[in-house]
Design a protein around this ligand. Sequence first.
Ligand code: PDD
Length: 287
Amino acid sequence: MTRTVYVNGEYLPETEATVSIFDRGFLMADGVYEVTSVLDGKLIDFEGHAVRLERSLNELDMPAACSKDELLEIHRELVARNEIVEGLVYLQITRGSDGDRDFVFPDPETTKPTIVLFTQNKPGLADNPAAKKGAKIISIEDIRWGRRDIKTVQLLYPSMGKMMAKKAGADDAWLIEDGYVTEGTSNNAYYVKNGKIVTRPLSNDILHGITRKAVLRMAAEAQMVVEERLFTIDEAKEADEAFTTSASAFVMPVVEIDGVALGDGTPGPIAKSLREIYLEESLKAAI
Ligand code: PDD
């Protein structure tokens, strides 16, 4: 089946969808994105992603390409047209193209944003075998820019981090700045020691994960203790267990950090339990 994608107001076969070579997303990484998961053919936490998108656009003085209601409609239409039961909807908005290359932002009155959405079909996303095994991670230096709270499409270093992990025989990398863990290449990072969940507090240093927010709320509701503070990779290596959260992998147990096995080297009980709670609660609230 040829995938149907959305570009600037039109639903098109992916082979016919085009964007200008002068698009600022392409030339300058001048764009923001969101990834929303789909389970049972429904959107998980659409509201959270829509609100964060609006914030990212505002922080970059970028006009909204369409309203929240229109966005929801497009998400649903793409899920339906592509018959997605489990998968992801990727959305990207860039500052558009003024037909040339210039560092100065174009006038938003005359240069309209580019909006692109497409689906990724991922059967088995909820029942992911990788979550049963748990992830092995390495730690690397965080050399990204200082506004990681804005979900921009500048993903070269996170991609390099994933490649460094792959080369080291691991699954992913956690990023370290000034001796403290910021987050994973494409997820938020947590460790658990003596029943207490530790994660870095929100700031411009990390992405304000939509899954993070939901998982922390669910952890509190389940009477789990959460401490939001800076932590080092050495603390995490001595943890009983660890995990990451993201819209694409939900709660992913971490079983090894820099070659050191956590606990008995299998997914820990808190990570497993939070994954189950998250999937169950999110499905109930999905739209
Ligand atoms: N990544 N931190 C970073 C750097 C991320 O790129 C992501 C998401 C997260 C988790 O945010 P959320 O829970 O809202 O997905 C944290 C997406 C999934 C991606 O780039 O594919």
